[in-house]
Design a protein around this ligand. Sequence first.
Ligand code: SF4
Length: 276
Amino acid sequence: MVKDADTEKYLYELADNKCIETVCIKRKTGMTACVSTQAGCPVQCIFCESGRNGLARNLTASEIVQQIVFLEKHINRIVFMGIGEPLYNYDSVIRAIHILRDRAGLDFPTDGISVSTVGPVKQLKKLREEHIKIQLVLSLHATTQKARDYIIPGMAGNDVHETVKAALSYSERHNRKISIAYLLLPGINDASSDIQQLAAWFGHENAIINLLEYNRTNNRTLKKAGKHEILEFKKGLEDSGLEVSIRVSHGRNINAACGQLAGKYKGPAQTPNRVV
Ligand code: SF4
C-alpha cells in the first residue's frame, strides 16, 4: 500500500501473478473505493497507463469483490473506475454488483455504486435492461468520431452518436442522472464546436458534464489543460445551459489518479500486500 494525504493505493497480486490496483479515497462524507475490473485494458485510451500493454485478462467476480473486502474499511461508495473497462468484463461485473448488494453479502446500497464506461453500445443496451440501479458514468471525452477514435482507440467501430443515445436511454429508463466524463485535451477536444455538440446532446437531458484534467502518464506528447482553459470551457458549457462540474483528482503523487493506474509492481516501496 502507498499513501498520499487522503488517498491510499493498494497493489494486489492475483493467483497467476498478474497485478491490479485498488484506490481508497477518504472524502468528507465517507470512503470511496475505486476498483479494477480487468488486469490491463484492451481499450488503450491515450491518456491512460492501464491499457498501455493491452489486456492480460478479465477479473472474476470474486477478484472484484475481494478488492473491497480486503480493504477492511467502512466503504460507502464504490466506483468501477480502476484498471479495465467494466463493460468488457460484463458478466463478472454484474455478478460482483449482485454480490456486493446481497443482504447476505456486503448489503451495499445500489445508490452507492458507480460504473464508469467508455460505452460500448451493445453492452450499454444490455445494461439498460438490468434491474440494478447503479450510477452510470459515460467516459465520452470527444464529440466527433475522429477525435474519439484517436483518444479511445479501443472504441473505434462504436458510433459516438449511438453511444450517447444508448447512455441517455439508460438514464431515461432508470430515471437517473448520468455523468458525462470529459477529459479536456487542448487542441484535441476543446473547440467551440465541441461545446455546441455537447449542448445539442445533453442540453435537455438528465445529465451532468464532469470535466477532468489530464494526470501525467508516460505519454509525454499530451498537453495538460491549464486551469484557465478548463474554467473557460466550463463557462462555455454553462452558458449553453449545461450542468457542469470539475473532477478533483486524488492521489496524483502516488500515481493513483484517473489514468495513472498501471498495475505494476514497483519494488519494495509498494510490495503487493494480498494475493486474491
Ligand atoms: S481509461 Fe479506462 S477504458 Fe481507457 S484505457 Fe484506461 S482503464 Fe481502459
